[in-house]
Design a protein around this ligand. Sequence first.
Ligand SMILES: Cc1cc2nc3c(=O)[nH]c(=O)nc-3n(C[C@H](O)[C@H](O)[C@H](O)COP(=O)(O)OP(=O)(O)OC[C@H]3O[C@@H](n4cnc5c(N)ncnc54)[C@H](O)[C@@H]3O)c2cc1C
Length: 380
Amino acid sequence: MTRRIAIVGGGVGGTVLANRLADELAEEIDAGEVEVSLVTDSPEHVYKPVFLYVAFGMRDVADGVRPLDQLLDRRVRLRIAHVQQIDTDAKRIERDDGATLDYDYLVVTTGAELAPETVPGLVEGAHHYYSPDGATALRDALAEFTEGRIVLGVVGMPHMCPVAPLEFVFIADAWFGERGLGEDVSITYTYPADRAHSLDAIADWAEPRLADRGIETVTSFEVASVAPDERIVTATDGERLDYDLFVTIPPHRGDPLIARSGLGDEGWIDVDQHTLEAERADDVYAFGDNADLPTSKAGSAAHYEASVVAKRLASRVRGRTPTAVYSGKTLCFVEAGLDEATYVSLDYETQPDLPEPSRTIHWAKLAYNESYWLTARGLL
Ligand SMILES: Cc1cc2nc3c(=O)[nH]c(=O)nc-3n(C[C@H](O)[C@H](O)[C@H](O)COP(=O)(O)OP(=O)(O)OC[C@H]3O[C@@H](n4cnc5c(N)ncnc54)[C@H](O)[C@@H]3O)c2cc1C
């Protein structure tokens, strides 16, 4: 009997997993004993870290987009459709075109979506670089900006790439300086927690660096609303900041499919943090941004998690007890200006220890961004 593995979501996690499974289970797939299907709502695969560079005119959106069918092993059956519902009792995926797909094992990797409309004035009043259109519009706004106050406000947590807001302000500071506008442009960084970052080790690294560069930091600032006409952003405690350009990290949420399918109440899927098995349904795994895990919503985490799920699924279809577990491992490079970077390496037990920023690490980040396409293919 053929065992059917279905993956929903063709982003970082789903694509790496599909390719890892195709590799691990090549013999079984070729013998018709296992079938791996990837159902996702776009024929294009998007590598979001490129958006940070798009905002400063250093990359194009197209640099982060490739046809998914060119990245997938030929053993993976790709189906382009939006998944509307998952019936975890019947083990059936329902697509919005009415078609269904039955599975024996399911993996949900639908990522996180942006929800700027949940904060009054944010859609009209703020720029962001968390989507292709957002990054492109911000690029045009930054290119025209020659004087005044830029406020970068982190609105909701958790959000994708927890270090991306710090990267933005450090790059912006160096970028305006290089253009001779350092004296005319001021930058303010706001964060909802009581430090510059929710992880102490990152806050310890970032706070003196922000101060050195004259980047004003406002902590415990929970954005309540934005008034685009007055150019004022107001926090829940009534504190107000005026701005000339407001850049935000918008609130995030999980796909509504998660709540509809009974996999989690808060928009994220409840999973075991080591096995990545869903807590509310049998034979369902979830990882990447849509999983409620005590680690970063980062492509790096999704990459390591994909390896674990591939190994566990391979064990299960072979009738063996799965032993692979996820340790919380994440490794993210952090741009600290235009030509220097550091990195954050952590797991569930270990706080990161950020090395002194260097040109070498900056080039390592750029090199990783290029080699990402090999990672997506499951080769790295
Ligand atoms: C500006 C920016 C910079 C970043 N920088 C870094 C970085 O430097 N390092 C790092 O590690 N991470 C970084 N990230 C985060 C990283 O991009 C995400 O953590 C990663 O993409 C998560 O992978 P995922 O597979 O969980 O979700 P995604 O890659 O978002 O993929 C989810 C997929 O599921 C599809 N989908 C969703 N719902 C459905 C549905 N109902 N039916 C069918 N398909 C569906 C989506 O279309 C998408 O293709 C950054 C993110 C941003 C926005």
